[in-house]
Design a protein around this ligand. Structure first.
Ligand code: SAM
Length: 329
């Protein structure tokens, strides 16, 4: 088992397989997009596989595949097939915007993908276009339907944005009434390729909860699974739960069990750090598995205690502003 220098169990890898995305979400990148990493700087299929094998042998039990949009990477399904049989890897989950995912849902089910997070910030086609700058709402709904049809556990992720989708909070929460889905509301972070949108974040976790409590006075707190980033609630009579992720307020760092690997192979031991070391570079320099293992364990031995410390430790003390697509959300 892997532990960091603060005694936290580390068993979860969020692997970003690409920085490319076919949406231009307001909270994630500017309208004109971001400068993508040159293709030869992205990890290859073989490099990702080697790292995953190594990490699993060290104690990583759960992997979430993310991006950019993972389904725009051509060899994604082959990669999922390759890791789906890895001994010791207990769970593979995915995060997707759902725009091109529907045709793959059946195979995801066959591969044993247990859970998919579908990003959906609104149920309104017009607002979807304004937020994502792409007219593909119907495609996302197709994926949502396919996930439900194939019985893949689905969580809806919605970033709550001032002046953009406030009116969607309650309709999104209502999805959990008839459908077996959890709906999670995420605080907006300044990972948008430009820097913070606000002087003060209005839609903090407290404000989101206040809004839910106003509309659902009987809403009840329920126990959170271990290492959960969401604080979870049950609205009486609803099949699914609702959750709030204080991603900007960073209230859950004390139980954080995750590390991240960016599409360029940069290891991040916190979302808010600017990368600890580049594993792909080590591999390309001919490092042995033992050398990579040592570097990884060293990084875990020097992990920031929380996202605030990680942000303070960034190069030149600059605050975060990179797009989430370059990190892997
Ligand atoms: N393309 C996939 C998707 O849309 O789900 C995976 C990558 S996306 C970067 C992963 C998650 O990060 C999404 O749920 C998205 O809403 C969230 N995200 C992106 N930028 C964010 C930001 N600035 N603040 C909060 N959440 C953000």
């Amino acid at each position: 088992m892997l532990y960091d220098n603060h005694g936290r169990l580390i068993n979860y890898l969020r692997l970003s397989v690409t920085d490319r995305c076919n949406l231009r979400c307001f909270y994630c990148m500017p309208e004109e997009g971001i400068k993508y990493v040159p293709k030869d700087e992205l990890m290859t299929f073989e490099e990702m596989l080697r790292i995953v094998r190594l990490f699993v042998s060290l104690g990583i039990e759960k992997i979430r595949i993310t991006g950019g949009e993972p389904f725009v990477r051509r060899d994604l399904m082959a990669f999922l097939r390759a890791i789906s049989h890895l001994e010791g890897l207990k769970q593979i989950n995915l995060t997707t915007n759902g725009t091109v995912t529907a045709p793959f849902v059946r195979e995801l089910k066959e591969l044993g993908i247990r859970s998919v997070n579908l990003s959906m910030d609104t149920l309104d086609k017009e607002r979807f276009f304004k937020i994502t700058r792409r007219d593909v709402f119907k495609k996302v709904m197709d994926t949502f339907e396919a996930l439900l049809k194939h019985g893949i556990s689905t969580k809806i992720n919605a970033v709550v944005m001032e002046g953009k989708n406030e009116q969607d909070l309650i309709p999104l929460a209502m999805l959990s009434k008839e459908l077996p889905v959890d709906v999670r509301f995420i605080e907006e972070m300044p990972f948008n390729g430009q820097g913070t949108h606000y002087e003060k974040l209005w839609w903090s976790h407290r404000q989101i909860l206040a809004c839910l409590e106003e509309h659902f006075p009987d809403i009840q707190k329920v126990p959170d699974p271990p290492h959960s980033t969401s604080v979870n609630y049950q609205i009486p009579g609803h099949c699914g739960k609702v959750g709030i992720i204080a991603a900007y307020s960073r209230t859950f760092c004390g139980t954080c069990n995750r590390v991240r690997l960016t599409p360029q192979g940069m290891l991040k031991t916190c979302l808010y750090d600017d990368g600890v070391f580049n594993i792909k570079k080590l591999l390309r320099a001919g490092a042995t598995d033992e050398q990579v293992r040592t570097a990884f364990l060293d990084a875990l031995g020097n992990r920031a205690k929380d996202g605030f410390e990680a942000e303070r430790r960034r190069n030149f003390g600059l605050p975060v502003s990179e797009s989430m697509a370059t990190i892997g959300g």
